[in-house]
Design a protein around this ligand. Structure first.
Ligand SMILES: Cc1cc2nc3c(=O)[nH]c(=O)nc-3n(C[C@H](O)[C@H](O)[C@H](O)COP(=O)(O)OP(=O)(O)OC[C@H]3O[C@@H](n4cnc5c(N)ncnc54)[C@H](O)[C@@H]3O)c2cc1C
Length: 524
């Protein structure tokens, strides 16, 4: 049977792209390699009774227009608030920020009165910056080297909006694009633990440290979800992040999309410079007028198409595209809750994020290890206990704990990740035990994901969680390659629709939606 469009990959972006195309009347097939949909947004019962959000674990970036247009709540999407960030410190103190501004202000004032004042100002400035950047998220990036009137119009609108910013916001915007997270935050704050915890969002998914230029922008990327008013900050999806993918799949099926799992694509078929179909790992050939790939450029172009089918310059750009996975994940099934020495008991501080980021130097040292090819001896860890907010993910009285860990560099100086997996898991537990000593005694099961596991299991090259780093040289009209940021590729009828395209990674859905619009505009 022939299709109008075949989408490669059933992660959330592939599913979103498929849903929009089917709603526009196209006959669409989604092919997913794994037995389960969702890609990096997936829930799996790895240990009986415990549902892990195996990779991504919190949501804030998912575009509100997608939730609305695909009517995701009708298909089961429910976002629960994740309130606050608790940062325990080795000296027995802590910093605990919550969504209640007055309380957070008092808490920060305990550390520094000046910082408590600056915190409000900072929040306002970031929201302004976010408002400036937000319309860019839904834009097909203009190509500044082209005279295409549509692209020139978009560039002009960005320039006009930049001009309309206040002077302070103009400077902030340029600083965000160029500075390190810590240099940027140093301009506002003096408390180390506050800066370290805030800077953490600047390094997630990149092989950079909190003092590396360019990390300030990623602070903004992570702030973006806060400005929509849909949910004010990070949240949890009931049933884990896989429930987001399932809701999107429900909307896609309702629109007529056919979805096959355990259907790995091994090759993209081409004829006279155009994509005409795919070959599955089992040898089946499927044809379509248009192919949309939601997997990364390495898999799409170098593995599925083949360098010999593509212009040399483009292949060079694809080879230069940086993955450099730097994160790991440890998922735990717990018999009881961790008890932090700096704030005892099962209080509300456990219901938000728990950040192991006690000082700026701690964060930078964690990066020092990675620079020289080893995982951090004392890593940055972002912990969430989703079962406290969503009891459906664990048996009564038991808990699931998600630990996102950095740094875990894909390329190790000595040995392989297969040699180091369990030692890496031990390092994470040892680090947590310095703050919550009971952790060792309450673990019923542990799943350790190294960047190599993330690559093998989820098809993310080098284990990069965003299908390629979110660094400035790979964003907007440069993502995934200069001249090819408009979801098109050098092969006619082959499009990209995953996180390796603008505006990048995270459970955001914008690449899938933007790509569907680009395909429809070009008559695909
Ligand atoms: C450990 C980790 C933690 C993260 N934490 C967060 C978080 O808390 N919040 C957040 O917003 N984001 C987080 N992210 C990032 C976010 O999950 C991803 O950016 C996003 O899910 C990517 O979606 P996608 O649809 O673009 O691609 P993917 O999810 O990568 O989907 C691509 C799909 O293609 C499939 N595939 C691969 N090869 C083939 C083939 N040959 N044939 C057919 N199908 C194939 C894959 O199995 C996969 O399902 C995290 C990611 C990881 C890995």
């Amino acid at each position: 049977m022939n299709y109008d469009v075949i989408v490669i990959g059933g992660g959330h972006n592939g599913l979103i792209c498929a849903a929009y195309l089917a709603r526009a009347g196209r006959k669409v097939l989604v092919l997913e390699r794994r037995h389960v949909l969702g890609g990096a947004a997936v829930t799996e019962e790895i240990h009986p009774g415990f549902k892990y959000s195996v990779c991504s674990y919190v949501v804030s970036l998912l575009r509100p227009e997608i939730i609305r247009e695909l009517d995701l709540p009708k298909h089961g999407l429910e976002i629960l608030p994740l309130d606050g960030t608790f940062t325990p410190m080795p000296d027995g103190d802590y910093l605990w920020r919550v969504n209640d501004h007055a309380r957070t202000r008092r808490e920060i004032a305990r550390h520094s009165k000046l910082d408590a004042e600056a915190y409000e100002e900072y929040g306002k400035a970031m929201v302004d910056m976010g408002r400036f950047v937000k319309p860019i998220l839904t834009m097909t990036p203009p190509d500044p080297t082209s005279l295409d009137p549509r692209g020139l119009g978009d560039l002009l609108s960005i320039a006009r909006r930049f001009r309309a910013l206040s002077d302070a916001d103009k400077y902030n915007q340029v600083q965000l694009m160029t500075m390190s997270a810590i240099d940027f935050l140093d301009q506002w704050f003096e408390t180390g633990v506050l800066k370290a915890t805030m800077a953490a969002s600047g390094i997630i998914g990149t092989f950079l440290g909190v003092r590396s230029p360019g990390t300030a922008y990623v602070l903004l990327h992570h702030y973006m979800g806060e400005i929509d008013g849909a949910f004010r900050s990070w949240g949890l999806s009931r049933g884990g992040t896989g429930a987001i993918s399932d809701a999107i799949a429900g909307a896609a099926r309702e629109a007529g999309v056919e979805i096959r799992t355990e259907a790995a694509v091994s090759r993209i078929l081409t004829k006279s410079g155009a994509a005409v179909g795919v070959v599955l790992a089992n040898g089946d050939e499927l044809r379509a007028r248009t192919i949309a790939s939601s997997v990364d450029p390495n898999l799409t172009f170098l593995k599925m198409v083949g360098a010999e089918q593509l212009p040399g310059e483009f292949v060079d750009d694809v080879r230069r595209y940086k993955f450099r996975g730097s994160s790991g994940k440890v998922n735990l099934a717990l018999d009881a809750l961790p008890d932090f020495t700096s704030l005892r008991g099962a209080g509300p501080h456990l219901r938000g994020a728990i950040s192991i980021s006690p000082a700026v130097d701690y964060m930078e040292r964690a990066y020092d290890d990675a620079k020289y090819g080893r995982y951090s001896r004392r890593p940055y860890i972002d912990v969430v206990i989703p079962s406290l907010t969503d009891p459906s993910v664990a048996p009564p009285g038991k808990h699931v704990m998600s630990c996102f860990v950095q740094y875990a560099p894909y390329h190790l100086k000595e040995g392989t990740w297969d040699d180091h997996r369990e030692a890496f898991g031990d390092t994470v537990i040892d680090t947590l035990a310095e703050y919550a000593p009971n952790i060792r005694n309450i673990i019923l099961h542990r799943q350790v994901l190294t960047p190599l596991d993330i690559e093998r299991e989820f098809g993310l090259t080098e284990g990069n969680i965003f299908q390629g780093e979110l660094t400035l040289e790979q964003l907007f009209f440069l993502r995934p390659a200069p001249g090819w940021a408009q979801y098109r590729t050098p092969l006619r009828n082959l499009y990209m629709c995953g996180s390796a395209t603008h505006p990048g990674g995270g459970i955001m859905g914008a690449p899938g939606r933007n790509a569907a619009a680009a395909i429809l505009r070009r008559g695909g």
